[in-house]
Design a protein around this ligand. Structure first.
Ligand code: FE2
Length: 172
């Protein structure tokens, strides 16, 4: 009887591709990433790049790095030489200052911060416009942001660039 079942197993046609099977596959892959994906994201595995907003290093980003256990977070550092670009998107994320001293203009208001501080981007209808400045140009000024991405989808957050980083302009 067991032999007959094994034969039937071998003869079963391949599973059809359909939304239900894709769901199961996605869940299996999710479980696999959580069981075996990297627990430490090495700095050396993530390059710094120049974006319109500034010098960034993305440790986690669901749209770009998909081999990690937590696909719901964007975590990135931002190194500010003089000032960042300026953009608008919904708040709800936190920024921890790793090095230096600077300030952010959030919805037209200056907010000063320094190493060890936590900066919050508040939530407002239409989002918050913001830009970051280094108060000691020539010295390290760097922070790391933690964004929970499903939240951005749920509030239909858009990104609008309203000024480009001077470093980005220099290189292009
Ligand atoms: Fe931002």
């Amino acid at each position: 009887m067991a032999e007959l079942e094994r034969t039937r197993e071998r003869e079963r046609p391949p599973l059809q591709d359909n939304p239900y099977e894709r769901t199961l596959k996605y869940r299996r892959e999710q479980a696999e990433r959580n069981a075996h994906g990297p627990i430490v994201i090495k700095k050396s595995a993530r390059q710094v790049f120049m974006a319109r907003q500034g010098r960034l290093r993305f440790f986690l980003d669901p749209g770009f790095y998909q081999d990690v256990p937590l696909l719901h977070w964007r975590v990135f550092t931002h190194e500010i030489r003089t000032k960042s670009g300026r953009h608008r998107h919904q708040g709800g994320l936190v920024i921890y200052v790793l090095d230096g001293k600077g300030y952010s203009i959030v919805e037209g208001q200056r907010m000063d911060w320094e190493k060890g501080d936590l900066v919050l981007l508040p939530m407002k209808p239409g989002g918050v416009e913001h830009q970051h400045f280094n108060l000691q140009p020539g010295q390290d000024c760097r922070w790391i942001a933690f964004s929970y991405m499903p939240f951005f989808d749920h509030v239909a957050s858009e990104f609008t660039q309203t000024e480009v980083s001077p470093l980005y302009k220099e290189q292009s």
